[in-house]
Design a protein around this ligand. Structure first.
Ligand code: F6R
Length: 619
Protein backbone atom coordinates (compact mmCIF):
# COMPACT_ATOMS: atom_id res chain seq x y z
CA UNK A 1 0.00 0.00 0.00
CA UNK A 2 1.65 3.16 -1.31
CA UNK A 3 4.79 2.59 -3.31
CA UNK A 4 8.01 4.51 -2.77
CA UNK A 5 11.18 4.54 -4.79
CA UNK A 6 14.31 6.65 -4.47
CA UNK A 7 17.40 6.79 -6.68
CA UNK A 8 20.94 8.07 -6.27
CA UNK A 9 23.53 7.41 -8.97
CA UNK A 10 25.19 8.60 -12.13
CA UNK A 11 22.12 8.68 -14.34
CA UNK A 12 19.18 11.04 -14.61
CA UNK A 13 16.94 10.14 -11.67
CA UNK A 14 13.52 11.10 -13.08
CA UNK A 15 13.06 8.46 -15.84
CA UNK A 16 14.33 5.74 -13.49
CA UNK A 17 11.90 6.84 -10.80
CA UNK A 18 9.01 6.97 -13.26
CA UNK A 19 9.70 3.41 -14.40
CA UNK A 20 9.97 2.22 -10.82
CA UNK A 21 6.74 3.99 -9.90
CA UNK A 22 4.96 2.35 -12.81
CA UNK A 23 5.98 -1.04 -11.47
CA UNK A 24 4.88 -0.11 -7.95
CA UNK A 25 1.59 1.34 -9.07
CA UNK A 26 -0.35 -1.74 -7.95
CA UNK A 27 0.41 -0.64 -4.39
CA UNK A 28 -1.76 2.46 -4.79
CA UNK A 29 -2.96 4.68 -7.57
CA UNK A 30 -4.75 7.65 -6.05
CA UNK A 31 -1.93 10.07 -6.86
CA UNK A 32 1.73 10.06 -7.81
CA UNK A 33 4.58 12.45 -7.15
CA UNK A 34 8.30 12.84 -7.64
CA UNK A 35 10.93 15.23 -6.30
CA UNK A 36 14.54 15.65 -7.37
CA UNK A 37 17.30 17.56 -5.63
CA UNK A 38 18.92 20.00 -8.00
CA UNK A 39 21.20 22.98 -7.36
CA UNK A 40 20.38 22.96 -3.65
CA UNK A 41 16.62 22.85 -4.00
CA UNK A 42 13.79 20.41 -4.51
CA UNK A 43 11.84 20.32 -7.72
CA UNK A 44 8.64 18.43 -7.08
CA UNK A 45 5.81 17.44 -9.40
CA UNK A 46 2.60 15.78 -8.27
CA UNK A 47 -0.52 14.64 -10.03
CA UNK A 48 -3.73 13.01 -8.85
CA UNK A 49 -4.58 9.70 -10.51
CA UNK A 50 -2.19 7.38 -12.24
CA UNK A 51 1.58 7.51 -12.67
CA UNK A 52 0.84 8.07 -16.36
CA UNK A 53 -0.49 11.56 -15.47
CA UNK A 54 2.88 12.38 -13.95
CA UNK A 55 5.01 11.03 -16.79
CA UNK A 56 4.48 13.86 -19.27
CA UNK A 57 5.24 16.81 -16.98
CA UNK A 58 8.24 15.01 -15.46
CA UNK A 59 9.74 14.13 -18.83
CA UNK A 60 9.03 17.66 -20.11
CA UNK A 61 10.93 19.11 -17.15
CA UNK A 62 13.93 17.00 -18.27
CA UNK A 63 15.72 17.31 -14.95
CA UNK A 64 19.41 16.36 -14.96
CA UNK A 65 19.33 15.58 -11.22
CA UNK A 66 20.87 12.28 -10.13
CA UNK A 67 19.03 12.10 -6.84
CA UNK A 68 15.29 11.84 -6.34
CA UNK A 69 12.44 10.23 -4.42
CA UNK A 70 8.94 9.38 -5.60
CA UNK A 71 5.67 7.91 -4.42
CA UNK A 72 2.43 6.39 -5.63
CA UNK A 73 -0.32 6.89 -3.08
CA UNK A 74 -3.18 4.90 -1.64
CA UNK A 75 -4.90 7.59 0.36
CA UNK A 76 -5.29 7.12 4.10
CA UNK A 77 -5.22 10.55 5.77
CA UNK A 78 -6.50 13.33 3.57
CA UNK A 79 -8.35 13.23 0.28
CA UNK A 80 -6.98 12.59 -3.17
CA UNK A 81 -5.51 16.01 -3.98
CA UNK A 82 -2.18 17.28 -5.27
CA UNK A 83 -1.53 18.93 -1.91
CA UNK A 84 -1.86 15.57 -0.18
CA UNK A 85 0.29 13.75 -2.75
CA UNK A 86 3.89 12.93 -1.80
CA UNK A 87 6.74 13.92 -1.65
CA UNK A 88 6.12 16.34 1.20
CA UNK A 89 8.63 19.12 1.72
CA UNK A 90 9.23 20.40 5.26
CA UNK A 91 8.07 23.91 6.11
CA UNK A 92 11.64 25.24 5.92
CA UNK A 93 12.29 23.64 2.51
CA UNK A 94 15.20 21.57 3.82
CA UNK A 95 13.76 18.05 3.76
CA UNK A 96 11.62 16.12 1.30
CA UNK A 97 9.95 12.87 2.33
CA UNK A 98 7.94 10.00 0.86
CA UNK A 99 6.08 7.78 3.30
CA UNK A 100 4.25 4.47 3.25
CA UNK A 101 2.37 3.67 6.45
CA UNK A 102 0.32 5.54 9.01
CA UNK A 103 1.52 7.95 11.71
CA UNK A 104 -1.16 7.36 14.31
CA UNK A 105 -0.29 10.28 16.62
CA UNK A 106 0.12 12.79 13.80
CA UNK A 107 -2.61 15.09 15.12
CA UNK A 108 -0.80 15.62 18.40
CA UNK A 109 2.51 16.17 16.56
CA UNK A 110 0.87 18.61 14.18
CA UNK A 111 -0.74 20.55 17.04
CA UNK A 112 2.60 20.88 18.82
CA UNK A 113 4.42 22.00 15.70
CA UNK A 114 1.68 24.46 14.76
CA UNK A 115 1.95 25.92 18.26
CA UNK A 116 5.61 26.62 17.43
CA UNK A 117 4.53 28.53 14.32
CA UNK A 118 5.12 25.77 11.75
CA UNK A 119 2.63 25.87 8.90
CA UNK A 120 1.17 22.82 7.21
CA UNK A 121 0.12 22.61 3.58
CA UNK A 122 -1.63 19.22 3.50
CA UNK A 123 -4.00 17.09 5.55
CA UNK A 124 -1.61 14.16 5.68
CA UNK A 125 0.03 12.36 8.58
CA UNK A 126 3.22 12.23 6.48
CA UNK A 127 3.68 16.00 6.49
CA UNK A 128 3.63 15.90 10.30
CA UNK A 129 6.52 13.44 10.14
CA UNK A 130 8.69 15.48 7.76
CA UNK A 131 8.06 18.65 9.75
CA UNK A 132 8.92 16.90 13.01
CA UNK A 133 12.21 15.61 11.59
CA UNK A 134 13.00 19.06 10.18
CA UNK A 135 12.18 20.66 13.52
CA UNK A 136 14.68 18.43 15.34
CA UNK A 137 17.20 18.84 12.53
CA UNK A 138 17.18 22.60 12.99
CA UNK A 139 17.62 22.17 16.74
CA UNK A 140 20.52 19.75 16.23
CA UNK A 141 22.28 22.14 13.87
CA UNK A 142 21.83 25.09 16.22
CA UNK A 143 22.80 23.36 19.41
CA UNK A 144 25.43 20.76 18.77
CA UNK A 145 27.74 21.83 15.98
CA UNK A 146 27.41 18.37 14.42
CA UNK A 147 27.92 17.65 10.72
CA UNK A 148 24.80 17.71 8.56
CA UNK A 149 24.84 13.93 8.40
CA UNK A 150 25.14 13.49 12.16
CA UNK A 151 22.51 16.13 12.81
CA UNK A 152 20.02 14.65 10.38
CA UNK A 153 20.46 11.09 11.59
CA UNK A 154 20.08 12.22 15.18
CA UNK A 155 17.00 14.30 14.34
CA UNK A 156 15.52 11.34 12.51
CA UNK A 157 16.06 9.06 15.49
CA UNK A 158 14.54 11.56 17.90
CA UNK A 159 11.51 11.98 15.64
CA UNK A 160 11.05 8.25 15.07
CA UNK A 161 11.11 7.66 18.82
CA UNK A 162 8.15 10.02 19.10
CA UNK A 163 5.95 8.72 16.34
CA UNK A 164 3.44 5.94 16.85
CA UNK A 165 2.41 3.89 13.87
CA UNK A 166 4.12 2.49 10.81
CA UNK A 167 6.47 3.89 8.26
CA UNK A 168 8.68 3.09 5.32
CA UNK A 169 10.24 6.42 4.37
CA UNK A 170 12.66 7.95 1.91
CA UNK A 171 14.22 11.34 2.70
CA UNK A 172 16.37 13.90 0.88
CA UNK A 173 18.01 16.90 2.52
CA UNK A 174 19.19 20.05 0.73
CA UNK A 175 22.31 20.05 2.90
CA UNK A 176 23.21 16.49 1.82
CA UNK A 177 22.91 16.54 -1.99
CA UNK A 178 24.93 13.34 -2.36
CA UNK A 179 22.83 11.24 -0.01
CA UNK A 180 19.41 9.71 0.52
CA UNK A 181 18.02 8.25 3.74
CA UNK A 182 15.53 5.48 4.38
CA UNK A 183 13.93 4.07 7.53
CA UNK A 184 11.30 1.49 8.29
CA UNK A 185 8.97 0.25 10.96
CA UNK A 186 6.01 -1.91 10.00
CA UNK A 187 6.11 -0.97 6.29
CA UNK A 188 8.52 -2.66 3.90
CA UNK A 189 11.67 -0.99 2.60
CA UNK A 190 14.41 -2.54 0.48
CA UNK A 191 17.75 -1.22 -0.78
CA UNK A 192 18.59 -2.02 -4.40
CA UNK A 193 22.36 -2.30 -4.63
CA UNK A 194 23.48 -1.28 -8.11
CA UNK A 195 26.77 -0.51 -9.84
CA UNK A 196 27.53 3.14 -9.20
CA UNK A 197 23.96 3.64 -8.02
CA UNK A 198 21.70 2.70 -5.14
CA UNK A 199 17.95 2.59 -4.87
CA UNK A 200 15.43 2.47 -2.10
CA UNK A 201 11.92 1.08 -2.58
CA UNK A 202 8.99 -0.49 -0.85
CA UNK A 203 9.11 -3.52 -3.13
CA UNK A 204 11.82 -5.24 -5.18
CA UNK A 205 9.70 -5.13 -8.36
CA UNK A 206 10.69 -1.46 -8.56
CA UNK A 207 14.29 -2.53 -9.25
CA UNK A 208 13.47 -4.74 -12.26
CA UNK A 209 16.00 -4.13 -15.01
CA UNK A 210 18.43 -2.24 -12.73
CA UNK A 211 19.62 -4.66 -10.07
CA UNK A 212 18.84 -8.04 -8.59
CA UNK A 213 20.97 -7.43 -5.49
CA UNK A 214 18.90 -6.27 -2.58
CA UNK A 215 19.09 -5.66 1.15
CA UNK A 216 15.84 -6.05 3.06
CA UNK A 217 15.69 -3.58 5.93
CA UNK A 218 14.23 -4.72 9.23
CA UNK A 219 12.03 -2.70 11.54
CA UNK A 220 13.94 -0.01 13.38
CA UNK A 221 16.72 0.22 10.78
CA UNK A 222 17.93 3.38 9.06
CA UNK A 223 19.82 3.35 5.76
CA UNK A 224 22.16 6.12 4.61
CA UNK A 225 22.87 5.85 0.91
CA UNK A 226 25.27 7.46 -1.53
CA UNK A 227 25.77 6.43 -5.16
CA UNK A 228 28.68 4.11 -4.36
CA UNK A 229 27.87 2.96 -0.86
CA UNK A 230 25.31 2.55 1.88
CA UNK A 231 25.37 2.03 5.61
CA UNK A 232 22.72 0.70 7.92
CA UNK A 233 22.26 1.53 11.58
CA UNK A 234 19.50 0.79 14.03
CA UNK A 235 17.41 3.24 15.96
CA UNK A 236 20.06 3.26 18.72
CA UNK A 237 22.76 4.24 16.19
CA UNK A 238 24.47 0.84 16.25
CA UNK A 239 25.92 -0.32 12.95
CA UNK A 240 24.17 -3.26 11.28
CA UNK A 241 26.12 -5.41 8.80
CA UNK A 242 24.01 -5.79 5.68
CA UNK A 243 23.11 -9.09 4.08
CA UNK A 244 22.81 -8.82 0.31
CA UNK A 245 20.19 -11.16 -1.23
CA UNK A 246 19.88 -11.88 -4.92
CA UNK A 247 16.37 -11.98 -6.34
CA UNK A 248 15.88 -14.83 -8.73
CA UNK A 249 13.18 -13.68 -11.13
CA UNK A 250 13.83 -11.98 -14.45
CA UNK A 251 12.55 -8.66 -15.63
CA UNK A 252 10.11 -10.43 -18.05
CA UNK A 253 8.33 -11.99 -15.09
CA UNK A 254 7.14 -8.55 -14.09
CA UNK A 255 6.27 -7.44 -17.65
CA UNK A 256 2.94 -7.71 -19.42
CA UNK A 257 4.35 -9.29 -22.57
CA UNK A 258 1.58 -9.91 -25.10
CA UNK A 259 -1.22 -9.84 -22.52
CA UNK A 260 -3.60 -6.88 -22.23
CA UNK A 261 -3.71 -7.13 -18.42
CA UNK A 262 -1.67 -8.63 -15.61
CA UNK A 263 -4.75 -10.39 -14.31
CA UNK A 264 -5.16 -12.34 -17.56
CA UNK A 265 -1.41 -13.00 -17.79
CA UNK A 266 -1.39 -14.35 -14.25
CA UNK A 267 -4.50 -16.49 -14.84
CA UNK A 268 -2.67 -18.06 -17.78
CA UNK A 269 0.51 -18.52 -15.75
CA UNK A 270 -1.28 -20.90 -13.40
CA UNK A 271 -0.10 -24.19 -14.93
CA UNK A 272 3.47 -22.98 -14.40
CA UNK A 273 2.79 -21.53 -10.94
CA UNK A 274 1.39 -24.88 -9.82
CA UNK A 275 4.28 -26.75 -11.40
CA UNK A 276 6.68 -24.47 -9.51
CA UNK A 277 4.84 -25.05 -6.24
CA UNK A 278 5.49 -28.79 -6.65
CA UNK A 279 9.05 -28.71 -8.00
CA UNK A 280 11.33 -30.92 -5.88
CA UNK A 281 8.60 -31.38 -3.29
CA UNK A 282 7.69 -35.06 -3.64
CA UNK A 283 9.50 -37.87 -1.89
CA UNK A 284 11.59 -40.32 -3.92
CA UNK A 285 9.10 -43.14 -3.39
CA UNK A 286 6.36 -40.86 -4.76
CA UNK A 287 4.03 -41.34 -1.81
CA UNK A 288 4.26 -38.03 -0.01
CA UNK A 289 5.27 -34.40 -0.20
CA UNK A 290 8.39 -32.86 1.33
CA UNK A 291 9.14 -29.27 2.24
CA UNK A 292 12.72 -28.14 2.75
CA UNK A 293 12.04 -24.95 4.66
CA UNK A 294 9.68 -26.01 7.41
CA UNK A 295 12.49 -26.14 9.97
CA UNK A 296 10.53 -28.53 12.10
CA UNK A 297 11.47 -32.06 12.98
CA UNK A 298 8.92 -34.62 11.69
CA UNK A 299 8.73 -36.11 15.19
CA UNK A 300 7.73 -32.71 16.52
CA UNK A 301 5.18 -32.27 13.75
CA UNK A 302 3.72 -35.62 14.72
CA UNK A 303 2.94 -34.15 18.17
CA UNK A 304 0.88 -31.29 16.75
CA UNK A 305 -2.77 -31.73 17.59
CA UNK A 306 -4.21 -28.56 16.13
CA UNK A 307 -3.34 -26.16 13.33
CA UNK A 308 -4.42 -22.55 13.13
CA UNK A 309 -4.32 -20.86 9.73
CA UNK A 310 -4.25 -17.07 9.54
CA UNK A 311 -4.61 -14.86 6.49
CA UNK A 312 -6.62 -12.05 4.90
CA UNK A 313 -8.86 -11.85 1.84
CA UNK A 314 -8.04 -14.33 -0.86
CA UNK A 315 -5.28 -15.87 1.26
CA UNK A 316 -7.91 -16.50 3.96
CA UNK A 317 -9.93 -18.41 1.38
CA UNK A 318 -6.95 -20.64 0.65
CA UNK A 319 -6.73 -21.27 4.42
CA UNK A 320 -10.33 -22.48 4.33
CA UNK A 321 -9.46 -24.98 1.60
CA UNK A 322 -6.54 -26.12 3.78
CA UNK A 323 -9.02 -26.72 6.60
CA UNK A 324 -11.17 -29.02 4.48
CA UNK A 325 -8.25 -30.96 3.03
CA UNK A 326 -6.06 -31.29 6.13
CA UNK A 327 -8.95 -32.32 8.36
CA UNK A 328 -10.08 -34.90 5.83
CA UNK A 329 -6.72 -36.36 4.82
CA UNK A 330 -4.54 -35.81 7.89
CA UNK A 331 -7.30 -35.89 10.52
CA UNK A 332 -5.78 -32.92 12.37
CA UNK A 333 -8.26 -30.34 13.64
CA UNK A 334 -7.76 -27.08 11.78
CA UNK A 335 -9.06 -23.64 12.55
CA UNK A 336 -9.00 -20.66 10.25
CA UNK A 337 -9.12 -17.13 11.45
CA UNK A 338 -8.90 -13.71 9.88
CA UNK A 339 -5.48 -12.42 10.88
CA UNK A 340 -7.02 -9.04 11.74
CA UNK A 341 -9.37 -10.66 14.26
CA UNK A 342 -6.81 -13.00 15.75
CA UNK A 343 -4.31 -10.28 16.55
CA UNK A 344 -6.63 -8.43 18.92
CA UNK A 345 -8.75 -11.31 20.21
CA UNK A 346 -6.34 -12.99 22.59
CA UNK A 347 -7.62 -16.41 21.57
CA UNK A 348 -6.68 -19.26 23.90
CA UNK A 349 -4.41 -21.67 22.03
CA UNK A 350 -3.36 -25.14 23.02
CA UNK A 351 0.38 -25.68 23.51
CA UNK A 352 0.47 -28.24 20.70
CA UNK A 353 -0.99 -25.82 18.19
CA UNK A 354 0.98 -25.07 15.06
CA UNK A 355 0.27 -21.72 13.41
CA UNK A 356 0.44 -21.10 9.66
CA UNK A 357 0.28 -17.61 8.19
CA UNK A 358 -0.61 -17.40 4.50
CA UNK A 359 0.24 -14.30 2.48
CA UNK A 360 1.14 -13.72 -1.16
CA UNK A 361 2.99 -10.48 -0.48
CA UNK A 362 4.35 -11.45 2.91
CA UNK A 363 3.74 -7.82 3.93
CA UNK A 364 0.04 -7.66 4.85
CA UNK A 365 0.16 -5.83 8.15
CA UNK A 366 -2.66 -7.76 9.83
CA UNK A 367 -1.10 -11.11 8.93
CA UNK A 368 2.33 -9.90 10.01
CA UNK A 369 1.03 -8.63 13.34
CA UNK A 370 -0.98 -11.82 13.89
CA UNK A 371 2.22 -13.78 13.26
CA UNK A 372 4.10 -11.59 15.73
CA UNK A 373 1.35 -12.06 18.30
CA UNK A 374 1.44 -15.86 17.90
CA UNK A 375 5.24 -15.85 18.17
CA UNK A 376 5.13 -13.59 21.20
CA UNK A 377 2.94 -16.20 22.85
CA UNK A 378 5.53 -18.85 22.10
CA UNK A 379 3.82 -20.69 19.24
CA UNK A 380 5.75 -22.05 16.34
CA UNK A 381 4.65 -20.11 13.26
CA UNK A 382 5.22 -21.33 9.72
CA UNK A 383 4.31 -19.39 6.64
CA UNK A 384 3.13 -19.91 3.10
CA UNK A 385 4.34 -16.87 1.18
CA UNK A 386 5.12 -15.94 -2.38
CA UNK A 387 7.48 -13.01 -2.01
CA UNK A 388 10.91 -14.25 -1.03
CA UNK A 389 12.53 -12.10 1.65
CA UNK A 390 9.25 -10.46 2.64
CA UNK A 391 8.81 -9.50 6.28
CA UNK A 392 6.45 -12.37 7.10
CA UNK A 393 8.85 -14.87 5.51
CA UNK A 394 11.83 -13.43 7.35
CA UNK A 395 10.14 -13.32 10.73
CA UNK A 396 8.51 -16.75 10.90
CA UNK A 397 10.08 -19.98 12.05
CA UNK A 398 10.06 -21.56 8.63
CA UNK A 399 7.67 -22.21 5.84
CA UNK A 400 6.90 -22.87 2.23
CA UNK A 401 7.64 -20.48 -0.61
CA UNK A 402 5.09 -20.58 -3.39
CA UNK A 403 7.46 -19.71 -6.26
CA UNK A 404 4.51 -18.28 -8.22
CA UNK A 405 6.61 -15.42 -9.65
CA UNK A 406 5.65 -11.76 -9.16
CA UNK A 407 1.90 -11.19 -8.94
CA UNK A 408 1.17 -7.67 -10.14
CA UNK A 409 -2.59 -7.74 -10.81
CA UNK A 410 -4.34 -6.42 -7.72
CA UNK A 411 -6.80 -9.32 -7.79
CA UNK A 412 -4.88 -12.39 -6.70
CA UNK A 413 -5.18 -15.37 -9.06
CA UNK A 414 -2.08 -17.52 -9.54
CA UNK A 415 -0.93 -16.94 -5.96
CA UNK A 416 -4.29 -18.23 -4.72
CA UNK A 417 -4.28 -21.47 -6.70
CA UNK A 418 -0.64 -22.07 -5.75
CA UNK A 419 -1.58 -21.65 -2.07
CA UNK A 420 -4.48 -24.04 -2.52
CA UNK A 421 -2.22 -26.58 -4.22
CA UNK A 422 0.33 -26.26 -1.42
CA UNK A 423 -2.50 -26.80 1.07
CA UNK A 424 -3.30 -30.08 -0.70
CA UNK A 425 0.38 -31.08 -0.58
CA UNK A 426 0.45 -30.23 3.11
CA UNK A 427 -2.63 -32.38 3.72
CA UNK A 428 -0.81 -35.22 2.00
CA UNK A 429 2.42 -34.66 3.95
CA UNK A 430 0.67 -34.51 7.32
CA UNK A 431 -1.65 -37.37 6.36
CA UNK A 432 1.25 -39.64 5.45
CA UNK A 433 2.77 -38.93 8.88
CA UNK A 434 -0.37 -40.27 10.43
CA UNK A 435 -2.88 -42.74 9.05
CA UNK A 436 -2.72 -42.29 5.30
CA UNK A 437 -1.56 -45.44 3.51
CA UNK A 438 1.31 -45.68 1.03
CA UNK A 439 -1.10 -46.46 -1.82
CA UNK A 440 -3.38 -43.51 -1.04
CA UNK A 441 -0.27 -41.31 -0.89
CA UNK A 442 0.80 -42.51 -4.34
CA UNK A 443 -2.69 -41.86 -5.67
CA UNK A 444 -2.72 -38.30 -4.33
CA UNK A 445 0.79 -37.50 -5.57
CA UNK A 446 -0.20 -38.68 -9.05
CA UNK A 447 -3.36 -36.59 -8.93
CA UNK A 448 -1.47 -33.48 -7.81
CA UNK A 449 1.08 -33.91 -10.60
CA UNK A 450 -1.70 -33.89 -13.18
CA UNK A 451 -3.03 -30.53 -12.00
CA UNK A 452 -1.02 -28.23 -14.33
CA UNK A 453 -2.26 -30.09 -17.42
CA UNK A 454 -5.82 -30.01 -16.16
CA UNK A 455 -5.63 -26.29 -15.43
CA UNK A 456 -4.48 -25.82 -19.02
CA UNK A 457 -7.57 -27.78 -20.15
CA UNK A 458 -9.83 -25.39 -18.25
CA UNK A 459 -7.98 -22.42 -19.75
CA UNK A 460 -8.86 -23.80 -23.18
CA UNK A 461 -12.45 -22.84 -22.41
CA UNK A 462 -11.64 -19.17 -22.08
CA UNK A 463 -13.77 -18.14 -25.09
CA UNK A 464 -16.78 -20.02 -23.73
CA UNK A 465 -16.40 -18.41 -20.30
CA UNK A 466 -15.96 -14.99 -21.89
CA UNK A 467 -19.24 -15.42 -23.75
CA UNK A 468 -21.02 -16.35 -20.49
CA UNK A 469 -19.47 -13.39 -18.66
CA UNK A 470 -20.67 -11.00 -21.37
CA UNK A 471 -24.17 -12.51 -21.34
CA UNK A 472 -24.62 -11.71 -17.64
CA UNK A 473 -22.41 -8.62 -17.36
CA UNK A 474 -25.31 -6.22 -16.83
CA UNK A 475 -26.63 -7.96 -13.73
CA UNK A 476 -26.16 -6.16 -10.46
CA UNK A 477 -26.01 -9.09 -8.03
CA UNK A 478 -24.47 -12.55 -8.11
CA UNK A 479 -24.57 -15.55 -5.80
CA UNK A 480 -21.83 -18.18 -5.63
CA UNK A 481 -22.75 -21.49 -4.02
CA UNK A 482 -20.55 -24.46 -3.23
CA UNK A 483 -20.37 -27.30 -0.77
CA UNK A 484 -17.37 -28.61 1.17
CA UNK A 485 -14.07 -27.48 -0.37
CA UNK A 486 -16.09 -25.67 -3.06
CA UNK A 487 -17.47 -23.33 -0.41
CA UNK A 488 -14.16 -21.38 -0.13
CA UNK A 489 -14.06 -21.29 -3.93
CA UNK A 490 -17.57 -19.82 -3.90
CA UNK A 491 -16.30 -17.14 -1.51
CA UNK A 492 -13.29 -16.55 -3.73
CA UNK A 493 -15.45 -16.35 -6.88
CA UNK A 494 -17.66 -13.74 -5.23
CA UNK A 495 -14.63 -11.75 -4.02
CA UNK A 496 -12.99 -11.79 -7.46
CA UNK A 497 -16.18 -10.63 -9.16
CA UNK A 498 -16.92 -7.78 -6.77
CA UNK A 499 -13.30 -6.68 -6.67
CA UNK A 500 -12.82 -6.22 -10.39
CA UNK A 501 -16.34 -5.69 -11.79
CA UNK A 502 -17.99 -3.92 -8.81
CA UNK A 503 -20.98 -6.27 -9.00
CA UNK A 504 -22.36 -7.12 -5.60
CA UNK A 505 -21.65 -10.82 -5.06
CA UNK A 506 -21.95 -13.23 -2.16
CA UNK A 507 -20.51 -16.66 -1.60
CA UNK A 508 -22.38 -19.21 0.51
CA UNK A 509 -22.30 -22.88 1.38
CA UNK A 510 -24.95 -24.16 -1.05
CA UNK A 511 -27.29 -25.53 1.60
CA UNK A 512 -27.21 -22.27 3.56
CA UNK A 513 -28.98 -20.56 0.69
CA UNK A 514 -32.34 -21.62 2.08
CA UNK A 515 -31.59 -19.80 5.33
CA UNK A 516 -31.71 -16.34 3.84
CA UNK A 517 -29.90 -15.65 0.56
CA UNK A 518 -32.64 -17.42 -1.40
CA UNK A 519 -34.59 -14.16 -0.99
CA UNK A 520 -32.13 -12.60 -3.45
CA UNK A 521 -32.91 -15.07 -6.21
CA UNK A 522 -34.57 -13.43 -9.20
CA UNK A 523 -33.98 -13.26 -12.96
CA UNK A 524 -31.63 -10.34 -12.18
CA UNK A 525 -29.38 -12.35 -9.86
CA UNK A 526 -27.40 -15.14 -11.51
CA UNK A 527 -26.01 -17.95 -9.36
CA UNK A 528 -22.71 -19.63 -9.99
CA UNK A 529 -23.24 -23.14 -8.64
CA UNK A 530 -20.43 -25.63 -8.14
CA UNK A 531 -21.70 -29.18 -8.69
CA UNK A 532 -18.84 -31.62 -8.23
CA UNK A 533 -19.24 -35.36 -8.49
CA UNK A 534 -19.12 -36.71 -4.97
CA UNK A 535 -21.38 -38.36 -2.47
CA UNK A 536 -23.31 -35.08 -2.22
CA UNK A 537 -23.60 -34.43 -5.97
CA UNK A 538 -27.39 -34.95 -5.88
CA UNK A 539 -27.69 -32.45 -3.03
CA UNK A 540 -25.87 -29.86 -5.10
CA UNK A 541 -28.24 -30.53 -8.00
CA UNK A 542 -31.20 -30.11 -5.66
CA UNK A 543 -29.90 -26.66 -4.69
CA UNK A 544 -29.68 -25.73 -8.36
CA UNK A 545 -33.29 -26.90 -8.84
CA UNK A 546 -34.36 -24.60 -6.02
CA UNK A 547 -32.79 -21.63 -7.79
CA UNK A 548 -34.33 -22.55 -11.14
CA UNK A 549 -37.75 -22.89 -9.51
CA UNK A 550 -37.44 -19.21 -8.55
CA UNK A 551 -36.36 -18.14 -12.03
CA UNK A 552 -32.79 -17.47 -11.06
CA UNK A 553 -30.27 -17.84 -13.92
CA UNK A 554 -27.69 -20.55 -13.17
CA UNK A 555 -24.10 -20.85 -14.33
CA UNK A 556 -22.98 -24.33 -13.34
CA UNK A 557 -19.36 -25.34 -12.87
CA UNK A 558 -19.17 -29.10 -12.87
CA UNK A 559 -16.91 -32.05 -13.40
CA UNK A 560 -19.87 -34.38 -13.92
CA UNK A 561 -19.85 -34.29 -17.74
CA UNK A 562 -23.00 -35.90 -19.10
CA UNK A 563 -24.23 -36.63 -15.58
CA UNK A 564 -25.02 -32.96 -15.17
CA UNK A 565 -28.57 -32.45 -16.49
CA UNK A 566 -28.10 -30.05 -19.39
CA UNK A 567 -31.45 -28.30 -18.91
CA UNK A 568 -30.70 -27.48 -15.29
CA UNK A 569 -28.50 -24.47 -16.02
CA UNK A 570 -28.42 -21.50 -18.37
CA UNK A 571 -24.71 -22.05 -18.92
CA UNK A 572 -22.43 -24.93 -18.03
CA UNK A 573 -18.66 -24.74 -17.59
CA UNK A 574 -17.12 -28.17 -17.53
CA UNK A 575 -13.92 -28.88 -15.68
CA UNK A 576 -12.04 -32.17 -15.92
CA UNK A 577 -12.89 -34.91 -13.45
CA UNK A 578 -10.09 -34.99 -10.92
CA UNK A 579 -9.18 -36.19 -7.47
CA UNK A 580 -10.87 -34.15 -4.75
CA UNK A 581 -7.55 -32.55 -3.73
CA UNK A 582 -7.23 -30.96 -7.16
CA UNK A 583 -10.85 -29.87 -7.58
CA UNK A 584 -10.55 -26.55 -5.73
CA UNK A 585 -7.75 -25.38 -8.03
CA UNK A 586 -9.62 -26.44 -11.17
CA UNK A 587 -12.88 -24.85 -10.03
CA UNK A 588 -11.08 -21.55 -9.34
CA UNK A 589 -10.07 -20.97 -12.95
CA UNK A 590 -13.60 -20.43 -14.38
CA UNK A 591 -14.54 -17.93 -11.65
CA UNK A 592 -11.34 -15.97 -12.24
CA UNK A 593 -12.05 -15.79 -15.97
CA UNK A 594 -15.70 -14.95 -15.32
CA UNK A 595 -14.67 -12.03 -13.11
CA UNK A 596 -12.05 -10.85 -15.60
CA UNK A 597 -14.35 -10.82 -18.64
CA UNK A 598 -17.28 -9.39 -16.68
CA UNK A 599 -15.03 -6.51 -15.61
CA UNK A 600 -13.89 -5.94 -19.19
CA UNK A 601 -17.49 -5.94 -20.43
CA UNK A 602 -18.27 -3.28 -17.82
CA UNK A 603 -15.21 -1.20 -18.77
CA UNK A 604 -13.58 -1.63 -15.39
CA UNK A 605 -9.85 -1.33 -14.83
CA UNK A 606 -9.15 -4.96 -13.99
CA UNK A 607 -5.55 -4.54 -12.88
CA UNK A 608 -6.26 -1.52 -10.72
CA UNK A 609 -9.77 -1.77 -9.31
CA UNK A 610 -11.13 1.31 -7.59
CA UNK A 611 -10.22 1.89 -3.95
CA UNK A 612 -7.97 -1.16 -3.81
CA UNK A 613 -4.23 -1.70 -3.67
CA UNK A 614 -2.12 -4.77 -3.51
CA UNK A 615 -0.21 -5.52 -0.33
CA UNK A 616 -2.29 -3.97 2.44
CA UNK A 617 0.32 -2.55 4.77
CA UNK A 618 -2.02 -0.35 6.79
CA UNK A 619 -4.59 -1.64 9.27
C1 F6R B 1 -7.97 -10.31 -3.44
C2 F6R B 1 -6.69 -10.03 -2.85
C3 F6R B 1 -6.64 -9.69 -1.40
C4 F6R B 1 -5.40 -10.33 -0.76
C5 F6R B 1 -5.26 -9.89 0.70
C6 F6R B 1 -4.09 -10.57 1.38
O1 F6R B 1 -7.84 -10.62 -4.79
O2 F6R B 1 -5.69 -10.06 -3.50
O3 F6R B 1 -7.81 -10.07 -0.73
O4 F6R B 1 -5.53 -11.71 -0.83
O5 F6R B 1 -5.09 -8.51 0.75
O6 F6R B 1 -2.90 -10.31 0.70
P1 F6R B 1 -1.61 -11.16 0.93
O7 F6R B 1 -1.87 -12.53 0.40
O8 F6R B 1 -0.53 -10.46 0.19
O9 F6R B 1 -1.38 -11.20 2.40
Amino acid sequence: MCGIIGYIGKQKASPILLNGLQRLEYRGYDSAGLAVLEKGQFNALKRTGRVENLRKPVLAADSQARLGISHTRWATHGGVTEANAHPHVSWDGRLALVHNGVIENYKAIKRELEAKGIEFKSETDSEALVNLIAYFYNLELKESGKSHKQALLQALRTALYQVEGTYGIGIMCTDLPEHMIGARKGSPLVIGVGKGENLLASDVTAFAGRTQNVVYLSDGQIAYLSEEDFEITNIDAETVSPHIDTISWDIEDAELGAYPHYMLKEIFEQPMAIENAMRGRFSQDGSTAQFGGLNIDPRELRQIDRILFLGCGTAWHSCLVAEYLIEKYARIPVEVEYASEFRYRNAPLDKNTLVFTVSQSGETIDTLEAQREAKRKGYRVLGITNVVGSTIARENDGGIYQHSGPEIGVASTKAFTAQVHIAAMLALYLGRMRDMSFSEGIQIVNALKKAPGMVAQVLNQTEHIKEIAERFAEKSDYLFLGRQAMFPIALEGALKLKEVSYIHAEGYPAAEMKHGPIALISPECPTVAFAMKSEIFQKSLANVQEIRARKGPVIAITDAGKDFPADLADAVIEIPEAHEVVQPVLASIPVQLLAYYTALARNCDVDKPRNLAKSVTVE
